[in-house]
Design a protein around this ligand. Structure first.
Ligand code: C2E
Ligand code: CA
Ligand code: CA
Length: 436
């Protein structure tokens, strides 16, 4: 294909062309099909598909095989009729394709690239078209045209990943701490450590952006080790100042499954002279948590005396069976469920159901993202054991946390509600769930 493009650019320098990249079936699906029926039938199927695509082309357009299940179409005409052609292509690819006695359903995506027949653009054409295909898959649509902004996103992601090791070495990261309230005593008895990054060029980068990127690489382990070490250093300082609180750190499932992780935890507690019970581990709901290595690791962490909380409960990978098997003590109900509790009776009923379910199974329940006094009272009335959110406090720098814990704010009381429910709320633990 590249040879053809270079020939064309010698004959028609600078002329516009369109490249369509068709990903008929994604790599994972091809791999599964090979495992199920063998290489031969899958090759037959891809050949049948190529013939079908070829039959759609007009004279002067060429089809190229550019990867397993991937074809490029170089369209030899201007915009006229292009939309119709793409539509027809997508419609055809929706039909199942015969492979021996099997009919295989495709999940095709098309990336469209308009470019000029010039050397640098030609050499970058396939990459750009693939970026468009990738975006079509991510967004969940059949076809997407390439725009330069796609590259900006990828370049930023690349820069972020590239810079994490330097940022660790140069102290660009720091931690902030968000206090957590225990409802029954009205005491702030713990805080969650949240990572912050001040990048010298890109400015403040949210963990919501760099953590998911790091989670695809081994860098997440280095970050977690740094977070645990730093959080425990601050915790030791708080304890020295007479403030007996716990600190929670967020740990990705990928880190949990590593056998070395347990040693990291033990070593950090020993280094800072902090009792293990004072460290809490938060994991996001994630299907990987039930993998044997991860489950074993969770059990061992529990055996060390650390508390385990299941984070963002009720969204994403909600998997109720994991409540039965995983050794968690606390469920942190996601703020998406908490936010609408005062506006919507259904949201309130849902939360009440979750609290009852959790308490019934012996979990302590925490509501995340409580932002107003109204929501605070509602959450207390629903029987939650712990509360965290901007209404109580934003995440604080270590010095501000110390001040906050020394002189916590006065909280409004609604005595009637609190007394009515106190018996069920401060229940401690169900049998088998040794709470900290
Ligand atoms: P998360 O663990 O669910 O943390 C809570 C997030 O909600 C934090 O955002 C916090 O600032 C925010 N938040 C707290 N109260 C409120 C509220 O009342 N309203 C609203 N709208 N937001 C509230 P942040 O710090 O941006 O962290 C985002 C996510 O990044 C975290 O979600 C966590 O999944 C991840 N993360 C942060 N630090 C670490 C870390 O050290 N390690 C790992 N693995 N993940 C981390
Ligand atoms: Ca968390
Ligand atoms: Ca959360």
């Amino acid at each position: 294909m590249l040879e053809d493009l270079h020939d064309l650019s010698a004959r028609f320098p600078g002329n516009p062309r369109t490249l369509l990249l068709v990903e008929a079936i994604d790599h994972g699906a091809v791999r599964d099909a090979v495992r199920a029926v063998g290489v031969g039938p899958v090759e037959d199927f891809l050949r049948a598909l190529a013939i079908q695509l070829q039959s759609l082309l007009h004279e002067g357009s060429n089809l190229y095989f550019v990867g397993v299940g991937r074809f490029a179409v170089l369209v030899d005409r201007q915009n006229r009729g292009l939309d119709m052609f793409v539509e027809q292509l997508v419609r055809t690819l929706r039909e199942p394709v015969a492979s021996g006695s099997l009919m295989i359903e495709l999940d095709a995506r098309v990336g469209i690239l308009k470019f000029k027949l010039e050397a640098p653009e030609i050499d970058d054409s396939l990459r750009k078209a693939m970026t468009a295909v990738h975006n079509a898959r991510t967004v969940g649509v059949a076809c997407v045209a390439y725009i330069p902004e796609f590259d900006a996103g990828h370049q930023r992601a690349y820069a972020i990943l590239r810079d994490i090791p330097r940022a660790l070495a140069h102290n660009e990261f720091h931690l902030v701490f968000q206090p957590k309230l225990r409802v029954s005593t009205r005491a702030f008895e713990g805080a969650e450590a949240l990572l912050r990054w001040r990048h010298p060029v890109l400015g403040a980068i949210s963990p919501g952006e760099f953590i998911p990127l790091a989670e695809n690489t081994t860098l997440i382990h280095d970050l977690t080790t740094w977070v645990i070490d730093t959080a425990l250093m601050h915790l030791a300082e708080l304890h020295n100042a007479g403030l007996r609180v716990t600190i929670a750190v967020n740990v990705s499932a990928r880190t949990l499954e590593r056998p070395q992780f347990l040693e990291t935890l033990k070593a950090a507690c020993a280094k800072h002279g902090v009792a293990r019970e004072m460290l809490h581990i938060e994991c996001t709901e994630y299907s990987g948590l039930t993998a044997p290595a991860t489950l074993e690791s969770l059990k061992q962490i529990r055996a060390l005396g650390m508390q385990l909380s299941l984070d963002d409960f009720g969204t994403g990978y909600s998997n109720l069976t994991c409540l039965e098997t995983l050794p968690f003590q606390m469920l942190k109900v996601d703020r998406a469920l908490v936010a609408h509790v005062t506006e919507n009776p259904r949201a309130r009923q849902l939360l009440q159901g979750i609290v009852n379910l959790g308490h019934g199974m012996g979990f302590r329940m925490l509501a995340e993202g409580v932002e107003s006094e109204e929501v605070f009272h509602e959450i207390v009335a629903l029987g939650f054991d712990h509360i965290q959110g901007y209404y109580l406090s934003r995440p604080l720098a270590p010095a501000a946390l110390k001040e906050f814990l020394r002189a916590p704010p006065e909280l409004p009381r609604k005595e009637v509600l609190i007394h009515k429910r106190s018996a069920s709320r401060d229940r401690g633990c169900a049998p088998g769930r040794d709470c900290v």
